[in-house]
Design a protein around this ligand. Structure first.
Ligand code: DC
Length: 231
């Protein structure tokens, strides 16, 4: 070892993109925890800024009002995969950002270029500060936020599998209604002009429809380990 430096695994940046219901969050957290990496949920940041807009009476249909307010909330994301956290102006919003109201409005807010510029800058500075490496999950991480990520994964699953998982999480919610809501949000997230949901050309696509969560985690851990080993 040169200069007596400790031999540690090199910091690795992993981008995990894909629509909701593909197991993205559960996989990203578990992979980060297993490999000792930091973790960033970028969807939570878009949800947090949406929550702030709603709480402050900003008209969600008024893109210029959203753009004008985009710089105001102070959003802080914790990066411990075993205890993810998010605050807005010091208030813990981990619960409020998961309400139906925020979920139905987040696509409109996250389509505004000023919102994306603000949140992208935040994401890049968090990734740059993660000394041991980081798993960043979202929709545009491999394409826009961290195009030089060491490893890019794009998770997919059939609409049926995704709706079944989501309605299982949101107990008592009808699978058909969940499927329609997911497809509507996908269409909005994929068709927006600024950094839409998209697979990077160099991303590894993993279809999780017929895999258990444990199998997806093992698959991604193997891909990260191979990358670290220089394969
Ligand atoms: O992953 P999620 O469902 O919590 O994300 C909520 C919304 O945030 C999603 O509908 C689109 C938006 N989003 C985005 O535009 N870009 C990201 N990198 C992450 C999420």
């Amino acid at each position: 070892m040169e200069n007596g430096a400790a031999r540690t695994a090199p910091a690795v940046i992993v981008a995990i993109d894909g629509p909701s219901g593909t197991g993205k969050s559960s996989t990203s957290k578990a992979v980060a925890a297993q490999l000792g990496l930091s973790y960033l949920d970028t969807g939570a940041q878009y949800r947090a800024i949406t929550w702030w807009m709603v709480s402050n009476g900003i008209d969600i249909d008024d893109a210029s009002a959203i753009a004008a307010a985009a710089g105001k909330p102070d959003i802080v994301s914790g990066t411990d995969p075993t205890a993810p956290s998010i605050t807005v102006d010091g208030t813990d919003v981990a619960g409020p950002i998961r309400t139906q109201e925020v979920t139905s409005k987040v696509s409109a807010v996250s389509a505004v270029p000023e919102v994306r510029a603000r949140i992208t800058e935040l994401q890049r500075s968090i990734a740059a500060g993660a000394e041991n490496g980081i798993v960043v999950e979202g929709r545009d991480i491999g394409t826009t936020v961290l195009p030089d990520a060491d490893l890019k994964i794009f998770l997919t699953a059939s609409p049926e599998a995704r709706a079944a998982r989501r309605s299982g999480e949101l107990k008592g919610v009808d699978v058909h209604a969940t499927r329609e809501a997911l497809l509507k949000r996908d269409a909005a997230d994929s068709s927006r002009k600024t950094s839409p949901l998209a697979k990077a050309d160099d991303a590894v696509e993993v279809d999780t429809s017929d895999l258990t969560l444990q199998q997806v985690i093992e698959c991604v851990v193997t891909l990260v380990e191979e990358k670290r080993a220089g394969k």
